[in-house]
Write a protein that binds this ligand. Structure first.
Ligand code: ZN
Length: 225
């Protein structure tokens, strides 16, 4: 039987593209009888929402844009332009205009992210429905009604267990891309330390953000969420 993509209705060819949503319930903290440690137990449930390759890719773009939006706003605030705009730091009128222009630039990723989520952009690689639409899936609604909570476990057990989802078909290019991204992330991290020691703390902040973004990306490529 062909599985239908929950987000767009076309055929979901490989379970690897499925959206995996973990749930937990009945969290219990207990002391172990012999050695005193707190043992936390809970029940777990996983829903696989069928998804096609196109929506999988589109949701990847959506998540990357969300990360970029946050990074852009933090970078803007860290660069000192925000202080100039608000008048906390002394600035010339020209400096204020520049700070305002940079503010618009810093907000651009957020605007693009909202547009992608709302499916306003006519780009065929984007998903017609955003990632959150998975929460309207009947199986998800049912579990929610039965009192299950989102996430596969209480904090910090927020990772879906490895056996819960299908693994990406072995792909050398993908592994290579993951390794290169991780390497670039590591290089950015080293640059951060070098720049920080030399006193260029603003640039160092930028590289730290880049390192974080690259590590995030490489983990996505490796696991294929
Ligand atoms: Zn789809």
């Amino acid at each position: 039987m062909a599985r239908e993509c929950w987000f767009c209705g076309s055929e979901a060819t490989h379970p690897w593209h499925d959206r995996v949503i973990g749930f937990h319930q009945g969290v219990d903290h207990a002391l172990t009888p012999w050695i005193v440690v707190i043992r936390t137990t809970w029940r777990r449930e996983t829903v696989l929402v069928p998804r096609c390759a196109r929506c999988h890719g589109g949701h990847g773009i959506e998540q990357a844009l969300m990360a970029l939006s946050v990074a852009a706003v933090i970078a803007y605030a860290a660069s000192g332009h925000l202080d100039k705009l608000l008048g906390i730091l002394p600035s010339t009128p020209g400096g204020k205009v520049l700070a305002a222009i940079w503010a618009v630039v810093a907000c651009l990723p957020t605007l693009v992210w909202i547009a992608v989520r709302q499916a306003w952009l006519p780009w065929e690689r984007l998903a017609p429905r955003c990632l959150r639409y998975a929460r309207h899936h009947p199986e998800v609604l049912q579990l929610r009604e039965e009192g299950w909570r989102f996430r596969p476990g209480p904090f910090p057990y927020w990772q879906n267990p490895k056996d819960a989802y299908a693994h990406p078909p072995s792909n050398r290019h993908r592994r290579l891309a993951g390794a290169i991204t991780a390497l670039l992330g590591f290089a950015s991290f080293v640059m951060t330390i070098v720049l920080y020691l030399r006193g260029g703390s603003e640039l160092a902040g930028g590289f730290l953000l880049a390192a974080g973004g690259l590590f995030f990306l490489s983990s996505k490529i490796d696991r294929g969420t």
